[in-house]
Write a protein that binds this ligand. Structure first.
Ligand code: ADP
Ligand code: MG
Length: 263
């Protein structure tokens, strides 16, 4: 699924975060975060509520503007651009183009309520990428089949369960052919019996080679699917490594305390 030929910096992480900081007023929420995500890897981020996980994801695609540090996608700075020796904020259009390369799936489902599932999925390819409608529909149906929603293509969001809506939201993000998919607690708002079907779709996506960053409380998913697990607390990365190592041999008291609560 990932187009390796388009990777200008082979061997470099697809996504790289360096000394990232974010404050809201005097409240410093991210206090120097370093993260590297390799192409094709699944990185799970866990940590207590309020530790800055959502803020980090939102900074990655510049929904929030960082107050310090840098983010690189494919070696290109996110949100800013070099002009000679100086860095400038990107124009809205440049930023929009860059954002398209990062799909985002939130806790809530965020489908357009007045559009069918199919219309939701083709909206951005048709309007933003100017893909011909027939081609967009054809691609959308392939994606809907992948997330098990082909039979529901003509349904409206209100006619669907939360799990079905979230799977449709994943298909909608995939329709823009992102380089990386960012998930912010995609199953937290679901009834427990619907969590599994969404995790199964995400697992399939991971198996297909999609690069993913997943904020989650689903420790089973993190253990089984993640290549890399990050534990955040208080706006810093406290501990990271292979899931089996972090989960079974945590090195820090804060990680141990968190795991004791959630496992
Ligand atoms: P998490 O996702 O780990 O629960 P968040 O990133 O949502 O944590 O929030 C981290 C901290 O940042 C919290 O104290 C939250 O209140 C604060 N915060 C998040 N967004 C904003 C905002 N837009 N304005 C002010 N404070 C914010
Ligand atoms: Mg959050």
């Amino acid at each position: 699924m990932n187009d390796v030929m388009n990777d200008p910096v082979r061997g470099e992480p697809l996504l790289k975060v360096e000394r990232l900081r974010k404050s809201f007023g005097t409240h410093e929420v991210l206090r120097g975060i370093d993260v590297a995500v390799k192409r094709g890897d699944v990185t799970c981020i866990v940590g207590p509520s309020g530790s800055g996980k959502s803020t980090l994801l939102r900074c990655l695609n510049y929904l929030e503007r960082p107050t310090g540090g840098a983010i690189f996608l494919n070696g290109e700075p996110v949100g800013v651009r070099w002009k000679g020796e100086r860095l400038y904020e990107m124009s809205f259009n440049e930023l929009a183009r860059q954002r398209q390369r990062m799909g985002m799936v939130f806790q809530g489902f965020h489908l357009f309520p007045h559009k069918t599932v199919l219309e939701n999925v083709i909206e951005a390819p048709v309007l933003v990428k100017r893909v011909a409608r027939a081609a967009a529909v054809e691609e959308a149906m392939v994606l809907l089949e992948r997330v098990g929603m082909k039979q529901r293509a003509s349904y409206y969001p209100a006619q669907l369960s939360g799990g079905q809506q979230q799977r449709a939201a994943i298909a909608r993000s995939l329709a823009m052919k992102p380089d990386v998919m960012l998930f912010d607690e995609p199953t937290s708002a679901l009834d427990p019996e619907l969590v599994g079907e969404v995790l199964a779709v995400m697992r399939q996506l991971a198996d297909d080679g999609m690069t993913m960053v997943v904020v989650t409380h689903e420790m089973g998913f993190a253990r089984d699917v993640a290549d890399h697990l990050i534990f955040m607390d208080g706006g810093v990365v406290v501990e990271e490594g292979r899931p089996v190592d972090v989960l079974t041999r945590p090195q820090h008291d804060r990680t141990r305390a968190f795991l004791a609560r959630v496992l």
